[in-house]
Design a protein around this ligand. Sequence first.
Ligand SMILES: [Zn+2]
Length: 114
Amino acid sequence: MPLKTRRNSETVREIVVQLKQEFKVSEGISKTIKDEFYLECSGCGEKLAHIVVTELIETETPVQALCPFCGDKSYVKQVKGLFNIGCTEKTKLANFSEKVINKEIVNIIELEKA
Ligand SMILES: [Zn+2]
């Protein structure tokens, strides 16, 4: 079951967290995929988190993933729209937090080795 959490309540923003070891696109979601990509570690290059944009709205959400392999992290990526966060075959979602980077609240995706 996807866990829905709402962050930054001043804007309508919904992050649907898929707490599965491997993100699998269900039939329902696949029809609404607008964009998808991986957050990759800027240190070791490993794919860390799978971002699937399901609805295009103007809101942009800054996200960054922490690497459980080398301790580095991905670059901060601005994700436009509503999106799902999944992990990869090698990673597992551990926690979400927020961190102020360059005066902006960035959603931090913490991962563990799968
Ligand atoms: Zn790394």
